[in-house]
Design a protein. Structure first.
Length: 133
């Protein structure tokens, strides 16, 4: 059931390609991030601020991340979520970009699932050209 006014968070798998040792090959890696769903006004402000201040992915991502899981330290131990670990994770530009891509893709996917439906009978789509006939 949808609950109006309830803070919404959700888990999303982040996939990225990373160098695999000295061979130069790339391997796929993944982990889960819990994102905060921003309402339309907050999302617009988030995007405008990032653009106006020319913020990097690693600078804006902490605004929308509330947790992570399935992430390990170099020694193989599970990495607990903390602001310090998040900062260290986002210091890798490949990771920071993959996180932001996952967030933006998740918003687009939600929009498509909620709004991609045929036009209601009797309504006409807006013209795609301003050329006079």
């Amino acid at each position: 059931m949808y609950k109006l006014g309830q803070a919404q968070t959700y888990w999303r798998t982040v996939k990225l390609w990373q160098p695999a040792g000295d061979s130069g090959a790339l391997e796929e890696a993944s982990f889960d991030v819990r994102f905060k769903w921003l309402d339309e006004d907050a999302y617009d402000a988030f995007i405008v601020q990032a653009a106006e201040k020319r913020l990097r992915d690693r600078d804006v991502a902490p605004t929308i991340i509330t947790g992570f899981r399935k992430l390990q330290a170099a020694d193989g131990s599970d990495l607990a979520f903390s602001q310090d670990n998040l900062k260290q994770l986002l210091a890798d530009p490949l990771v920071a970009s993959a996180v932001m891509k996952a967030y933006i893709d998740s918003r687009a996917e939600a929009w498509e699932k909620n709004f991609s439906r045929p036009l209601v009978s009797g309504l006409v789509a807006a013209p795609t050209s301003t050329t006079a006939h």
